[in-house]
Unconditional design. Sequence first.
Length: 118
Amino acid sequence: MSVQFMVSRNKVREIALKRIKQLFELAFEMLAERPDLSQRYVEIARKISMRTRTRLPKENRLLVCRHCKKFIFPGVSSRVRIQPRREPHIVITCLYCGKYMRIPLKRRRKLCESAQLS
């Protein structure tokens, strides 16, 4: 690949990330007034990320249901619970489709312990 192609790809991804963040901010603002418009903003942000092959930022990725791909906001369209059993984890339940997402906790601690042992 040429250097010029890589520079233009990086610029495209940078612009895409700015637009994605802006669309998520608009989705937050419109959530109470017009939830349908809020869903549309998130849909557009996902399409931009797929087209430019960039990942959604982690704080935004957690606000999109992995199953139905809808915008879920804690307390409004999702339920958030902390489970201390087995591996401590957070369970986010989507109130649109009823499915849940598990996010493990203390993963970082295990990584630190394994790094100290070696």
